[in-house]
Design a protein around this ligand. Structure first.
Ligand code: NBP
Length: 487
């Protein structure tokens, strides 16, 4: 048998796998590749991989035999049962100390399960988020690895070489934490991406529906916003989308696209996880539900002819001021979204006993990924100032930014409400901000209601925390209280 020559193997030559292989090869690594439909291997070798240090394999056995020890194999197949199928094929062929890496969009509990199961067999498993789409995979993605920490030193040189770089040469890749921590962080990244996209869509809706801005004017606005605090990949591509015209009709392409959104599940998982952990993640939840509402296209079209709103009036205020206000509303809401997302990661780390460094996550997201932005540099600075920060809003910089943008944000919310334009993400962000800064909420009444109908008990303002009381509100009930617990 020939001496193994490959530094790493990769299974799954679809869009992500192929580009990651080329990126690795470009950084001096020899990569062995395999794909279930083996004709893909041949096409790849004859095409983009031609003349490169890429070893094509037609079976997993051949792939395993071509790898230097400890063997490192990256799996880039469809998330779910396909990953288990590939692991089941590989595991019997590997030796203790060999490393398997799942780079797909896997749900983090699956990664935790696989890390534990493979550890029993002496195999080291990594579940890593890879963000940045096709171009990121080729030119430098953000990589968020977690799993068995013993695997990290072996994989680190490859991952940090191929990752995006910021501030000169700092890689957007570092060890996130044990078990499913890497995929959890990637999931939250995707949730935040949902939130950022929804906020941008709400800003577009306001400027388009209320001010009558067409694609050219919107292109100009987003170009300007991209040079301010909103400077980010998503604002940049939005600007470019407004600048793109359908080659056939010459109309702005965006105007020709049907208003129903798809989703693959990572936003939903983020929201479910927030509900399980009891962390308010209102903005991302609204972003997920906004996609669901958009998908009810036929129902919405019928309802639009039945349900009445405010009479559509043209905007009578100062247009330039309103555009600036929308920028502030978008910016402030974005701060809230990230504050909620980072609070979720903190809660998950506490719950699972993982250590997730929020500052390091902010750094990994600064480049390479879909939510990359200048703003993440400020978040990194906030967590450097105080790694134990409870909520990003409490950092002095972000506190100041929220104060600065608040009046514009509130004006936008009231104009949207009075004109009947839905801004679920911007308005729920404002409600969260006002709720979080309230030392007293109306929940005293809620506790009274719970105690009234279910004897669920309440704590009193004039007694120490932890003492629970029940009132016989009607005189008809008994004195027995329900068990106190938090669901
Ligand atoms: P896809 O998610 O479209 O998966 C296609 C690949 O999975 C093909 O190589 C296919 O082999 C392989 N595959 C399937 Br499907 N079932 C298999 C099985 N039972 N055994 C072995 N191989 C199987 O590819 P992708 O878009 O490159 O994404 C790969 C992963 O990266 C996914 O988890 C995705 O969510 C994630 N991701 C994608 C992006 C993106 O922008 N596309 C970004 C970030 C992360 P075949 O050729 O034989 O059918």
């Amino acid at each position: 048998m020939a001496t193994p020559t490959a530094d790493i193997g990769l299974i799954g030559l679809a869009v992500m796998g192929e580009n990651l292989v080329l990126n690795m090869e470009d950084h001096g690594f020899t990569v062995a590749v395999f794909n279930r439909t083996t004709s893909r291997v041949d096409e790849f070798l004859a095409g983009r991989a031609k003349g490169k240090k890429i070893v094509g394999c037609h079976s997993v056995e051949e792939l395993v035999a071509s790898l230097k020890r400890p063997r490192k194999i990256m799996i880039m197949v469809k998330a779910g049962s396909a990953v288990d199928a590939v692991i089941d094929q590989l595991a019997p062929l590997l030796e203790p100390g060999d490393i398997l890496i799942d780079g797909g969009n896997t749900h983090h509990p699956d990664t935790t399960r696989r890390t534990r199961a493979l550890k029993e067999k002496g195999l080291l498993f990594i579940g890593t988020g890879v963000s940045g789409g096709e171009e990121g995979a080729l030119r430098g993605p953000s990589i968020m690895p977690g799993g068995n920490p013993d695997a990290w030193p072996h994989v680190k040189p490859i991952f940090q070489a191929i990752a995006a770089k910021v501030d000169g040469n700092v890689p957007c890749c570092d060890w996130v934490g044990p078990e499913g921590a890497g995929h959890f962080v990637k999931m939250v990244h995707n949730g935040i991406e949902y939130g950022d996209m929804q906020l941008i869509c709400e800003a577009y809706h306001l400027l388009h529906a209320l001010l009558g801005f067409g694609a050219d004017a919107l292109h100009e606005v987003f170009d300007r916003w991209n040079r301010g605090p909103l400077d980010s990949y998503l604002i940049e591509i939005t600007r470019d989308i407004f600048g793109y015209r359908d080659p056939e009709s010459g109309q702005p392409m965006v105007d020709l696209i049907l208003d129903t959104a798809g989703q693959k599940g990572t936003g939903k998982w983020t929201v479910i996880s927030s509900a399980e952990l009891g962390v308010p993640l209102t903005l991302i939840a609204e972003a997920v539900y906004a996609r669901c509402l958009s998908a009810l296209k036929e129902e919405r079209v019928r309802a639009s002819g039945i349900l009445k709103g405010p009479a559509v009036e043209s905007f009578s205020g100062n247009v330039q001021q309103f555009v600036d206000d929308v920028e502030m509303a978008l910016y402030a809401s974005k701060i809230i979204s990230y504050a909620q997302g980072f609070a979720l990661m903190r809660a998950m780390a506490r719950e699972s006993g993982w250590t997730i460094e929020n500052g390091s996550v902010a750094l990994m997201w600064r480049g390479g990924c879909i939510i990359r932005s200048a703003f993440l540099g400020k978040i990194k600075e906030a967590f450097d100032r105080n790694p134990a920060l409870d909520n990003l809003m409490l950092d002095p910089y972000f506190q100041g930014e929220l104060e600065r943008s608040q009046s514009g944000w509130r004006r936008v919310a009231s104009v949207a409400v009075s004109h009947g334009i839905p801004i679920p993400a911007m308005s729920s962000a404002l409600a969260y901000y006002d709720g979080y800064r309230s030392d007293r909420l109306p929940t005293n009444l809620l506790q009274a209601q719970r105690d009234y109908f279910g004897a669920h008990t309440y704590e009193r303002t004039d007694r120490p925390r932890g003492e629970f009381f029940h009132t016989n509100w009607t005189g008809r009930g008994g004195t027995t209280a329900s068990t106190t617990y938090n669901a």
